[in-house]
Design a protein around this ligand. Structure first.
Ligand code: PGA
Length: 253
């Protein structure tokens, strides 16, 4: 079970980032059955990676789609590696909204795999329609990200199903456990069709979008999620601690 906190563009101050990191670390030490990852703003990364410890992995929120130097404002996968990033998100909907395409996401995943950084590939529809067209959108996102790779590479990837309508403060609502379960089955099916059933079973598929301390357990017990990408609640150590506790209990149950 993996629990990934996506800090997005917070906190503002380095001091607050270190405090949040230490509090998250204390939570991670309490629940050993869960693998914790904090995906932090790149500017805070060096200060946090210095806090020597092994319980909590660190990741970045995005890397550039190519190694070309002429990309003002971007962070390269090679830089991420040299600073010690173990994970990186590719294709978060907030970046897709700023113009990142499926091809960009694919290229980012390629670079991350080359650098042995685990890609957390976000996929998810903007809205649902009665005819199920949204399924083709998700299918295309998954296919683009995983096609023409080795089975070993695909098994290293984490796929995060994050319906855009469920993310952030503008969320309509979180997905239901059933919607989560159906999409995880659907995504696994896509992987199985391109690789093998056995390979598909090995890919970690997680859920993200308005996950909190009250809904996390049903996403595990009924939703079939193998982990979570948590935004807002990951910035509030008190709530994140309760969420982790509920998650730990639901794995045991
Ligand atoms: P949220 O964000 O938990 O605040 O909805 C999730 C995400 O953006 O990954």
């Amino acid at each position: 079970m993996i629990l990934i906190g996506n800090w997005k563009m917070a906190p503002e101050k380095e001091r607050d980032a270190v405090t949040l990191f230490k509090k998250t670390l204390a939570i991670a030490r309490t629940y050993k059955k869960i693998h914790f990852v904090s995906v932090v703003p790149s500017l805070h990364f060096p200060s946090l990676v210095k806090q020597k410890q092994t319980t909590l992995s660190l990741g970045l929120q995005s890397v550039a789609s190519s190694d070309a130097i002429a990309q003002t404002g971007r962070i390269g996968a090679g830089m991420a590696k040299s600073y010690g990033a173990r994970y990186a998100i590719a294709g978060h909907s907030e970046r897709r909204a700023q113009g990142e395409t499926d091809d960009d996401v694919r290229d980012q995943v390629t670079l991350l795999l080359q650098k042995k950084i685990i890609p957390i590939v976000c996929v998810g529809e903007k809205e649902r329609d009665a005819h199920g067209w949204y399924l083709s959108m998700v299918k295309e996102q998954v296919e683009k990200a995983i096609k023409d790779r080795t089975a070993a590479q695909v098994k290293q990837m984490i796929i995060a199903y994050e319906p855009v309508w469920a993310i952030g403060s503008a969320a309509v609502r979180e997905a239901t456990a059933l919607e989560c379960r159906e999409m995880i089955i659907f995504i696994r099916r896509i992987i199985a069709d391109m690789y093998t059933e056995k390979d598909a079973q090995k890919v970690v598929i997680i859920y993200g979008g308005s996950v909190d301390e009250n809904n996390v357990d049903t996403f595990v017990t009924e939703g079939g999620a193998q982990g979570f990408l948590v935004g807002r609640v990951s910035l509030d150590p008190r709530r994140f601690g309760v969420l982790a506790k509920r998650l730990a209990t639901s794995i045991k149950a």
